[in-house]
Design a protein around this ligand. Sequence first.
Ligand code: EPZ
Length: 442
Amino acid sequence: MEDVFIVRGGKPLKGEVQLSGAKNVALKVAIAALLFKEPVAFENIPAIKDVEELLHLMRSLGVATTFEHNKLTIDPSTLVHHHVDLLHGSKTRVSFLLFAPLLHKFGKSVIPNPGGCRIGARPIDRHIQMLESFGVEVKYDSNTGYYSATKADKLKAATFTFEKPTHTGTELAIMLAVLAQGVSIIKNAALEPEVDDLISFLNQAGARIVRNGSEITIEGVTRLVPSVNSYAIMYDQNEAVTYGVFALATRGDITVHGVKRGDITAFVDKVLEAGGGFEDLGESLRFFYEKPLTAVDIQTAVYPGFKTDWQSPWAVLMTQAQGTSIIHETVFEDRFGYVAELEKLGCRFEFFSPDSTFSRTSYQFNVPAHFDTKRQAIKIHGPSKLHNGVMQVRDLRAGATVLIAACTAQGESIINGASIIDRGYEHIEVKLQHVGADIARL
Ligand code: EPZ
């Protein structure tokens, strides 16, 4: 396999797409299953690379897993190792969440500095502050790149406030607190719906977790018991936004099944503001081209704002809109890796420092002293008629973005790095062929 997609673009994509299970839930509930004593079963788990990498890592710890036809079982009783090796641990950002089950089971764990997409430094300082608030001792060996964590005896409850919200940090806190002694309170917790799916999975197994806005109260229990039915995770809202943009950018018409308007309000509002066609079908949403789009500015924010995972697909859409639009990325530094790739097809971008009224402390990442904000905002000049090109995938969402651009451009484009897109999009070329795309995987 060449790890390449070949796309002949310029055709409106029309038809229906069934969403797959949410990547950013599947990875977490699989890890949370290791908090149990007996096998746990899940449904609607997407067959994507990030899931396969995580299961590979779990098997290296001795865990027995079965995964086929989107059904996953995890047998936590076979977990025998507390040391995550660099080969497996560095391939996925979520390896760090294994601290919770490994500490609960062994009282200690060793995990390499987490990997994941190349979108900024992605430090874990907030995770470590939270771990220490639970009485966990965390050491980092800069020679080996490993973190080691140990806890004295039974984990005690804690009250912890994140200085800035962190999605996986919130999930790690929940997995620590769920079996700790006493009542824990997590403040300034992340509000993403994926966190709530993890909470509902744990609560149906006997956990006592209550969310009150950005405050989550967790009354520790002694044991989690899987329900008789396997747990079906939610659909992927990031995938829904991606296919909504495929429809609008190619002047097509796609109905996306498995998403409600309330799930992605911030995106739908911007589509309507730009003049995109939209129909609310309840558990499905229809996106269609009905008139020339107008340029609309976005500023990413933590949920329920316009999510950072949606900004790169939005960027390629705005290259087709009339006028100049702005994207200001406030969650991650360096999340414009796609710009240079899209410029190969004739897109016109311009980096600039966002308005000085935006306080640097409002960025979600830790802002270094002499941070250049010039890489945090772009102007997008449209409309641009896109031509074909050879592009490289930089990270997961940027990969979907260059795929949208290739489907929009006239002519045959080559996309190197198909496997990076496979990390988060299940059978993407099949779903696109189903709505008329001329795409092949080599
Ligand atoms: C999760 O990443 C998602 N990944 C990301 O999706 C998503 O973009 C992000 O949340 C925001 O919603 C998974 O769930 C596996 P954060 P996460 O901790 O938890 C900084 C995708 O494409 N920060 O909320 O790593 C961090 O660098 C991926 O599916 C610290 O500085 O994101 C970032 O700038 C991409 N120190 C910001 O906070 C910390 O200790 C938000 O990060 C923790 C985070």
